[in-house]
Design a protein around this ligand. Sequence first.
Ligand SMILES: CC(C)(COP(=O)(O)OP(=O)(O)OC[C@H]1O[C@@H](n2cnc3c(N)ncnc32)[C@H](O)[C@@H]1OP(=O)(O)O)[C@@H](O)C(=O)NCCC(=O)NCCS
Length: 323
Amino acid sequence: MIRSVVRGFGTSLPKRVLTNRELESMVDTSDEWIVQRTGIRQRYIAGEGETTASLGEAAAREALDRAGLTPADIDVIIVATSTPDNTFPATAVNIQNRLGMHHGFAFDVQAVCSGFVYGVTTADAYIRGGLARRVLVIGAETFSRILDWTDRTTCVLFGDGAGAIVLEAQEGEGTVADRGVLTAQLRSDGAHLDKLYVDGGPSTTGTVGHLRMEGREVFKHAVGMITDVIVAAFDATGLSIEDLDWLVPHQANRRIIDGSAKKLGIPLEKVVVTVDLHGNTSAASIPLALATAAADGRIKEGDLVLLEAMGGGFTWGAVLLRW
Ligand SMILES: CC(C)(COP(=O)(O)OP(=O)(O)OC[C@H]1O[C@@H](n2cnc3c(N)ncnc32)[C@H](O)[C@@H]1OP(=O)(O)O)[C@@H](O)C(=O)NCCC(=O)NCCS
C-alpha cells in the first residue's frame, strides 16, 4: 500500500518581531490581557519585500534541503493560504517559478486556518492515487496585511510566516504501524460564514478587505469541532489517544489548545505549542509548529502525530500520521 511519508520540513519567518508591549502603544490593550486570553507573547510581521510567496519559497527550500532533494524531484506544489500575493495566479505557481521549477503543476487551497490540513489531505490523495510521487505542501500567510490595525479584538491575535513539508510515496504494509498519513478527516459548514471572514473580495467590493471575527462565537464552537474530528481520526484507524506521541494543533489560542487536549485526555507534555512565539499564522501555524518540534528532536521517526485545525467557514479537520 502506498503511504505519503514526510521526507523533509522547513520554516520561514519575517525579520520583524512585534511584541505585546509594542502593541500597547498601537491599540488599547495590554501584555497581560493578551497573554491571559490567548497565550500569545509576540508575532512576526512581514516587512517590505516579504510576501506570502517569498516566505513560502524560503520554507520550501529548507524542506527540500533537509530532504536532500531539489525542485526537479517534486511533482506537485500545494500552497495553503488565504493571503495570496495576488488574487491570481496562485501563490503556488509563483513559488514554483521562484524555485526554478517548470514541470509538474502547482495550485493553492483556501480553507483559512485549516488550510494545511486540507493541503496535506489533498497531497495524500494525489500520492495514493498514483498521480504524484512527491508533493511539496506549504502553509504560508501574511495576515498582517488583512488586519484592521485599529481593531484590538483581532489585530493582537495574528502573525505572518510559512512552513513546508515534502510528502513522498513510500510502500507500506497497510497497517497502522506504517510511516506516513494514516487517515485524514475534513469538515466544513458554511452556516458559520459570518463569524470569521474578510469583509472584501474581488467579486463583492473589489477590494482586499479586513479580517472580522466574532471571537466569542468562534471560541464557543472550536473545542467541540476539533474534538469531533480527532475522535473520527482515531475511530478510522482503531488507534487510541494512548497511542499518540504528539498533538500538533493549529496555533490560534492557548485556551483552545488546552481545552481540546483536556477534553480528549491528552497530557499537555504531548502538545506542541508555538502560539506564544508566532501568534496565529493561520495555514502556516501547523507546519511551523511541526517543523519546530521535529527540528528540536521532540518528534522522532515512528512517532504517532496528530494535526488538527479549525478556521473560517467554518472549516476543520484532523490528520493522523506516523513520522
Ligand atoms: C478573541 C478572544 C481572545 C477574546 O476573549 P474573550 O474572553 O472572549 O473576550 P471578549 O471578546 O468577551 O471580550 C472581553 C473584554 O475584553 C475586551 N478586549 C477585546 N480585545 C481586547 C484586547 N486586545 N485588549 C484588551 N481588551 C480587549 C473586549 O472589548 C471586552 O471588553 P468589555 O467587556 O468592556 O466589552 C477569544 O474570544 C478567543 O480566543 N476567540 C477565538 C479566537 C480565535 O482563536 N480565532 C481564530 C480561530 S482560527
